[in-house]
Write a protein that binds this ligand. Structure first.
Ligand code: PEP
Ligand code: MG
Length: 321
């Protein structure tokens, strides 16, 4: 029954009443890009670029970077590719740009903070991406990781525009940015929620600590409240908010996808294998039904109650398979 149901829907993601929710892939290199490019997907919602830098002993030249980016972008002419700029830090150290050891790498000079200390690293990455975008015709949108304030977002957007890339965004993975999203989004074009870090920082639970996985569950009502706050700022500013990372095993959970759509996100990025089930789940619910499910999840007092409440209330067309 599942295979037949999955085969019954294809193409762009949408709710039953036609509200678009773009379905995108998470990729981390050339092989992933080639595999995802061949699939029925609207593009890429998270291209993690760390592999270009973490193994390099010296800063790669703009041309060396552009060559890698050409290969990643080549399968996506005319399709969206959201590129996350370098997300290095004390736990993912760069040989050529090391700011030293830190007591708490997750709270340290990582992501955009590291690029603010070494802007030449970010500028060369952006330049290489602009070259590869022009040559491949991919619809490249770049976003910065670990943004906490509106000033950081504005700083990043100015550097993106300086190289001629048309769209700049921010990852919303720090609760401060989610709570203040109407200001953080002012100078950028979009936001993208990363719930791995958003859950870690909301719940004060190290994402690498397996013993804390219950706290890191993306169904935690507190995490859903923070996501909702981010989406409210998106609605006020008219800026789209997507989701590009959902913690651990739950990535591509079709029930969570309904809740996220109900909270207002307009794209979902995941491991490509999860896309068909998410597409099907959306196609059998209206946007109002998704909103209603989101309300049920946020009214629950625990992650497991939220999950159960949504499963129980979701369309029988989904629960039957
Ligand atoms: C996230 O934090 O949710 C995310 C998508 O980024 P990463 O997992 O690479 O930190
Ligand atoms: Mg992250």
């Amino acid at each position: 029954a599942l295979a037949a149901a999955l085969a019954g829907v294809s193409g762009a993601g949408a709710t039953r009443d036609g509200h678009a929710v773009a379905l995108l892939a998470n990729i981390g290199g050339v092989d992933d890009a080639e595999a995802a490019g061949a699939l029925d997907l609207e593009g890429v919602g998270l291209f993690r670029t760390e592999f270009v830098y973490l193994s390099a002993q010296t800063m790669p030249t703009v041309e060396e970077q552009a060559e890698v980016y050409r290969r990643v972008l080549a399968p996506f002419p005319g399709r969206r590719v959201v590129v996350r700029t370098l997300d290095a830090g004390a736990d993912k150290p760069l040989a050529f740009a090391n700011l030293g050891e830190e007591e708490n790498p997750a709270l340290g000079r990582r992501g955009l903070r590291l690029c603010q200390a070494m802007p030449e690293v970010l500028d060369s990455q952006l330049e290489a991406l602009a070259i590869a975008a022009r040559e491949t015709g991919a619809d490249v949108r770049v976003m910065a990781p670990m943004v906490a304030t509106a000033d950081e977002a504005a700083w990043f957007a100015a550097r993106v525009r300086a190289v001629g890339l048309p769209k700049a965004g921010v990852m919303i993975e720090v609760p401060a940015a989610a709570l203040r999203s109407r200001h953080v989004l002012e100078d950028v074009d979009f936001g993208s929620l990363g719930t791995n870090d958003l859950a870690q920082y909301t719940m004060a639970a190290d994402r690498m600590e397996g013993e804390l996985s219950d706290l890191l569950d993306p169904w935690q009502p507190a995490v859903l409240d923070v996501v909702a706050a981010a989406c409210e700022g998106g609605a006020v500013t008219g800026k789209p908010i997507g989701v590009c990372g959902v913690c651990g095993e739950s990535a591509g959970d079709p029930y969570l996808a309904l809740v996220l759509a109900g909270l207002g996100v307009s794209s979902l990025s995941m491991a490509p294998s999860k896309v068909p089930a998410v597409r099907l789940a959306l196609s059998v619910h209206t946007l109002d039904e998704c909103r209603e499910l989101a309300g049920r999840a946020r009214a629950a007092r625990s992650a497991s109650e939220a999950r159960e409440a949504v499963r129980a209330a979701a369309s029988a067309e989904l629960t039957a398979i």
